[in-house]
Design a protein around this ligand. Sequence first.
Ligand SMILES: Nc1nc2c(ncn2[C@@H]2O[C@H](COP(=O)(O)OP(=O)(O)OP(=O)(O)O)[C@@H](O)[C@H]2O)c(=O)[nH]1
Ligand SMILES: [Mg+2]
Length: 453
Amino acid sequence: MADSNADLLAGAGGLVTDETQSDHQGRKALLLVRNNEDCSEFIALAETMGINIIERVEQRGRIDPKWFMGQGKLQDVAEELASTSKEHPWNGVDLLLLHTNATPRQLVGVNDVVGIEVWDRVRLLLALFTAHASSVEARTQVRIARLQSDRTVLREVVNQQTTGERAGYGGAGRTAAGSVLANVNRELTALRKRQRKHVKSAAERRRQRKEHAMTVGLAGYTNAGKSSLFRRLSGKEVLVEDRLFSTLESTLGRLESSPRVLLADTIGFIDGLPNATLEAFRATLAEAIECDLLLLLVDVGDSIDEIERKLLTSIRELTERALKANETSIMERIQLVLTKSDTADSKSLDGIHTMISEHGFANPLLISSHTGEGMDDLQASILNTLFGPKRTLYIHHGEPHEMASEAILSRVYDAVYVHKHTIFEQGIEVRISASDETISILESNHGKRIELK
Ligand SMILES: Nc1nc2c(ncn2[C@@H]2O[C@H](COP(=O)(O)OP(=O)(O)OP(=O)(O)O)[C@@H](O)[C@H]2O)c(=O)[nH]1
Ligand SMILES: [Mg+2]
């Protein structure tokens, strides 16, 4: 690889610059795979961006620490790529996809041999995030994640130059890679500073909100149906698409039927995203994780093995993120919600229930945001968890010298969740959701004026 910036950037799989291509629609790519691995999720990620995988090149054996494939095989690929005629199916291929989370050494090594852009799974995800990021918040997060990842590749190049493994030193003893690395570091510092400010004010807003409302977070694997449920429950229009990572930022809305409850839609989880990359999305995830109740969504339309894999990934990511945010009791606040019930038959649902209970999850709720199945139960369950069971309270009118019933009603409104109240001649009937504890406090404050029906 020549020591020019352009090549360096290609070696890094395209270092982010303002000119970095973010539209990959129609690009042709080869997929390199070791052994008989299942690549369906990887392919779905590429297809989400409109990348056309022309061929899967497979090789058995151990992953090579420098070239991922065996060196000979990789050279064959490089030669065939370099000599394609117009009719050759590989004609126009300008992207090589490695079905792995590659080391910086492998990314640089493969690029050196083939000379075209090389992405591993992480770079594929980062390119996807870049293409889907629309808000300032999401763009900053994605750029931080990409720069961090590019930095590891640049460090590898600098390292190879320092040890003399590759040429690179110019007259002043400073390498092109070295100065790009310095620029990346500078930009990262500036972006992190901006992000810290944003995180701080978001945390403050969250704290203020929590004083006035209960919050419900929606979490789950990417494409699990989070935004669809959010839309159904809040009536707020958010992006719903059959593609991975449609949502990259967090959106808040109110439960339409109970405006005191806030809902947070957020970015989904995926297998095998390195911690450093996920860390960039910490602030976004915090909206959903720092909540009073967390709905963990699981798509039942998948095969049982996929459902289990996605469930375990989500749990792992959630507990890890929550630990970092000092939210130690996350598991106690999780309610499992099985989504897209319209896509599964009762036999597969039985299997899913068994698998889920083996992982210790009791009473999952089954819903469909498309048909509306299970929505009433879900809403009742949310209110029950946040405020207590639904019941009817009666406020009897008192003597003229006693506290007015309306004043007691106002205290009831402050203390519990009120669905509605009706004024009668003898008193006020109030439909509430409240715990036994809160009811006994009300009873001890207002004696016989309050009666639980
Ligand atoms: N059949 C069926 N499809 C659903 C249901 N809920 C969501 N979907 C579909 O599943 C796909 C993903 O839905 P989203 O709501 O965007 O999922 P998400 O979890 O927000 O996805 P990301 O933000 O991309 O991680 C869309 O094509 C939805 O129409 C459902 O109840 N039934
Ligand atoms: Mg979404």
